[in-house]
Design a protein. Sequence first.
Lengths: 194, 188
Amino acid sequence: MTARGWVIAAGVALCLVLVPLTFAPVLAQLNLVLMKVDLMAFGGGFTTIPLIQREVVDRFGWVTTREFIDGIALGQVTPGPIVITATFVGYKAGGLLGALLGTIAVFFPSFVILTALAPHYDRLKRSRPIQLIVRGILAAFLGMLLLVAYHFGREALVDWKTWGMMAAAWLALWRKVDLLLIVGVGAALSMLIF
Amino acid sequence: MPVLSLPTLFLAFLRLGATAYGGPAMMAYLRQECVGKRQWLTEQEFKEGMALCHTIPGATMMQMTTYIGYRLRALPGATVAAVGFVLPAFVLMTGLSAAYFALGELPVVRALFHGLAALVVAIILNACVSLTRTAVHGWPGLLLVALAFTALALRMNILLVLLGAALLAVVLFRKDPAPAPTGKGAGR
């Protein structure tokens, strides 16, 4: 990436924090948090869940655990990456503008990293320490995701019906049933039995 | 091959973004569209992109679309591909969020999410299984998993936990012949 590219990237990142600061400080804070989450999100997708849970739910309380689980559920019925749950959090914190800024914030840092590294990848690829480090970080995220699964389970699995749905869905995922079909059937069933 | 115009690229990724469902399956779909059908990239280039996207932070699918856009039309191509790909999900998610926060207290909506929450637990457990296959080979990996679980439960700083995991990995995995993560199923 050229020097001009870095200046533009730094400018966008600053704007995401400084512009909301003038009229909605909470959005400035949220954008900062989401950019931080993106920078730590090795392994992509699901590894962002413990990161968002820690910052957005536990630390700042912008959404409750319950709402966060529901936001992830919505992220399953929308196409594209699961990280789009950040849009949900942004909407809760600041309406339409919060959703838009949050979405940009959660994708922007990794976009900059990718476009900066893409031309130099050959050198990076041969570096064994980097491969080991990435695997170590993935293992750590697995541990964190298990803790999140435990917290979510305590919130969501409250009786034999919810336990049954969880087990059935897991079995279906195991058998590689289409995710949209699972969610569709699960949604219809939920409105009947709860 | 003639140079792709940016609007063509945008529309192609807009369509992909609207139709890419289902976690890991999305990557196969993207490969089929960009390597098989449109022949924008060779199989080898696609594989290299995957390896890069699994090495750096960020949502893997999103990184992959950015990478393909970058290969085709440098920075403008990357921007157009990324925005096009995320736009359908963004519009849909904003609409659903608005509906959720307006109607979330209706009994039928509560019943709906009561069940969907159980599905989310299953989906996350399933992601844990995929991650295990990618990242854990033998006891050093398991040790890292257990340490990170405990550290997060004790509310330690996540960045410190990740740094610790990176350092430990270099020491513990040193003699491990296993290849770098290919990230099957870990990315979404």
